[in-house]
Every structure is written in structure tokens, then in C-alpha cells.
Design a protein. Structure first.
Length: 242
């Protein structure tokens, strides 16, 4: 089956940025490359961040601080999408969800808590106390950042989300749990989703180009390679660190 060749409206450039996971130095490096490229071409571009800003890497708090400042400086308001890691942190802070905290500690939450200044001794406390310790250290602006993350974004023939979409469900009716967590039901699907889906969440050795989706999580925290997908008209290309 031949799929439509996706594009953006003419004269608009967009960069989708993959999973950062607390790797602030890589993020700065990548955004510098993007800025240099845009300056050379004399264009302003919109940026869509695909989520998973936090956990695993060492600089989660600093990454959110940086992005808050970046959003203010950018001439075109960037879009920040929700990743499953932010969904979990938000549940811990807003719902004091101890089950979410248990999960979080297994997939990188400890590093994030330490980046907020939670001391190593706090991890010996019981879970509600640990949540209180974290809550006392997370600035309001960060809580608002977590609460305001969007689930998806469309531009031209592209659809952007963190993890993917549920086949058989229209793009505007997708459930949050699928948009931020889905793997095999999405990754293994071969038909057209209605738009070209650009996503992160599932790490590939390199960018995962398919006729119906493009996965750009290149495992920055483990590989040093953070990826942006550039889109302009019918063209697309990659910007990467390392
Ligand atoms: Mn993820």
C-alpha cells in the first residue's frame, strides 16, 4: 500500500526533539546546532519536544529550568509534550501516589529527586515521607510545567506524540495512556494512521524510519546521541549530537 508523502505547509520549518532524560549538556548542544542552522538559512522554526525530559540522566531539574527559560526566549512558542516519565512524576506530586513512586524509583526517579536536592538519607524513609520531601523541593514553576504538558500536536501531515498511537482509534480520540506508554501494538502496525506519526519513547540504535511513523529516541542518556528531526515542506533531515 502506498502512503501519502507527508509535508508541512510551505515556508514553515519545524524541529521535533527526542527524549532528553536529564542530559542537559546534549540538549544545549543540539539546540545550538539547530539555531546555527536556522540562522544560516535565515528562518525561524517551531520546536516540538516529544517528552521524557527527566530521569536517568543527572540533570533533570536543570533541564526543566533550562526549558522554562528557553520557552520565554524563543520567538515561536515551543510545544512541550508529555512523556511517561513526567506523567509518573506528576502523579507522585499531585496525587501523592506511592505506587507511582515505587515504579519511579525503578526507572530513574532517584536521579531526578537527587537533582532537586533530596538527600541520599531520604531514600531510607517511608514512601509518603519521601514524597513530602520531594514536594517541598520542587518549585511551583516545575509543577506547572508538568501539569501543562500537552498530549499531542499536529502540523501539516504530521502527528507528534511521546510514545505512539492506538491503531484503529482516530488521532483526535487517542487515550493518554496510549500516547505516552504504547509500544508493540503501535510499533508493529503497518497501516497508515491518518498522519505520519513522529514519536520517541522506544529507543532505536538510530532513527527508526517507517512508511507510517518515525521514531527519534536514540537513547541519549546511554549513547550521547540526542536527535532532532527537521521538517520543512516535503523535506526532512536529522540533527544529532555525538
Ligand atoms: Mn518514554
Amino acid at each position: 500500500m502506498a502512503f501519502p508523502e507527508p509535508g508541512l505547509p510551505p515556508d514553515s520549518r519545524l524541529y521535533a526533539i527526542g527524549d532528553i532524560h536529564g542530559c542537559l549538556p546534549l540538549l544545549k548542544d543540539l539546540l545550538q546546532k539547530i539555531d546555527d542552522e536556522c540562522r544560516a538559512a535565515n528562518v525561524t522554526a517551531r520546536k516540538i519536544f516529544l517528552g521524557d525530559y527527566i530521569d536517568r540522566g543527572l540533570y533533570s531539574r536543570q533541564t526543566i529550568d533550562f526549558l522554562l527559560d528557553y520557552a520565554v526566549r524563543e520567538p515561536v512558542a515551543p510545544v512541550f509534550l508529555l512523556g511517561n516519565h513526567e506523567q509518573v512524576m506528576r502523579a507522585i506530586l499531585d496525587e501523592e501516589d506511592t505506587e507511582a513512586l515505587t515504579d519511579w524509583l525503578r526507572f530513574g526517579g532517584r536521579e531526578t529527586m537527587q537533582s532537586y536536592g533530596v538527600p541520599p538519607s531520604a531514600f531510607a524513609k517511608d514512601l509518603p515521607e519521601l514524597i513530602a520531601e520531594l514536594a517541598a523541593k520542587v518549585p511551583t514553576a516545575h509543577r506547572d510545567f508538568l501539569r501543562n504538558l500537552r498530549l499531542s500536536e499536529s502540523a501539516g501531515d504530521y502527528f507528534f506524540c511521546h510514545a505512539g498511537v492506538r491503531p484503529g482509534v482516530t488521532l483526535d480520540a487517542q487515550a493518554e495512556a496510549d500516547l505516552v506508554w504504547i509500544r508493540q501494538a503501535f510499533l508493529g502496525h503497518k497501516d497508515w494512521f491518518g498522519k505520519m506519526v513522529v514519536h520517541g519513547h522506544t529507543i532505536g540504535r538510530d532513527v527508526d524510519f517507517h512508511p507510517n511513523r518515525i521514531g527519534i529516541d536514540t537513547g541519549a542518556y546511554a549513547t550521547g546521541r540526542l536527535t532532532a528531526l527537521a521538517l520543512e515542506g516535503n523535506k526532512r533531515w536529522l540533527i544529532q549530537t555525538a
